[in-house]
Design a protein around this ligand. Structure first.
Ligand SMILES: CC(C)(COP(=O)(O)OP(=O)(O)OC[C@H]1O[C@@H](n2cnc3c(N)ncnc32)[C@H](O)[C@@H]1OP(=O)(O)O)[C@@H](O)C(=O)NCCC(=O)NCCS
Length: 186
């Protein structure tokens, strides 16, 4: 599929629809991240597990029924696997301020032929619309990485190192969104 004349349709999904969506999201996820041998393990070990969490939402960008980009997240709490890793890695005062009851920006990817036209920023903003709380994510610790550039533009700040090569970023609740007041992706 080429991207030039096609405008993605943006949809925000919540829990009940997710099992049906895993099949659609999986090709773009696999292309961006790999990590799972097949769609079933992606669904049961990642998407389905996250979908069971409080405040889960998944944003998809679709063209002709095919998902070409997605983002998802949920409300994170102390005691969960990732929040405990973060709590062990970051200084105590940072953990006190940021971790627990935050919105966890879990995953985002755009299919290569749809990149660099604002879709990532649009998926970011749709995921965070009305979230109204502190947000956390972990990502590669490289200021030149495309995702990190996007997050920095969107007001995320580096909070510390999760492990070698991986940073934790945080975003205050009141930070303005990037795109939604401006325009749709071109
Ligand atoms: C990170 C990712 C989602 C960004 O998606 P994207 O759709 O390319 O994002 P955007 O288009 O909003 O922004 C990317 C760049 O395109 C530029 N851009 C946006 N609209 C543009 C347009 N109309 N014309 C030209 N450039 C444009 C942005 O300014 C930005 O440039 P910069 O990196 O120099 O700052 C995508 O690169 C990806 O899927 N990467 C692999 C997965 C990944 O790393 N996910 C994050 C894990 S935490």
């Amino acid at each position: 599929m080429t991207s030039d004349s096609l405008k993605p349709e943006i949809t925000v999904h919540t829990q009940p629809e997710v099992s049906a969506l895993a099949e659609l999201v999986w090709p773009t996820y696999r292309e961006a991240f790999g990590g799972f041998p097949n769609m079933q393990s992606f669904q049961s070990e990642l998407l389905g597990r996250h979908a069971a969490r409080e405040g889960f939402r998944l944003v998809t960008a679709s063209v002709a029924g095919e998902v070409v980009g997605f983002s998802w997240g949920y409300i994170g709490h102390r005691g969960q696997f990732w929040t405990e890793l973060v709590s062990e890695a970051l200084p105590h005062d940072v953990v006190e301020e940021w971790v627990g009851g935050h919105f966890e920006f879990a995953e985002m990817a755009v299919s290569p032929s749809f990149r660099r036209r604002g879709l990532g920023a649009f998926l970011h903003d749709h995921l965070l619309t009305d979230v109204g709380r502190r947000c956390l994510l972990s990502t590669v610790d490289d200021p030149n990485d495309p995702a990190v550039r996007l997050y920095r533009r969107a007001g995320w700040q580096r909070l510390g190192v999760l492990k070698s090569g991986t940073q934790v970023m945080g975003r205050h609740a009141e930070t303005p969104l990037l795109t939604l007041v401006r325009q749709d992706p071109t």
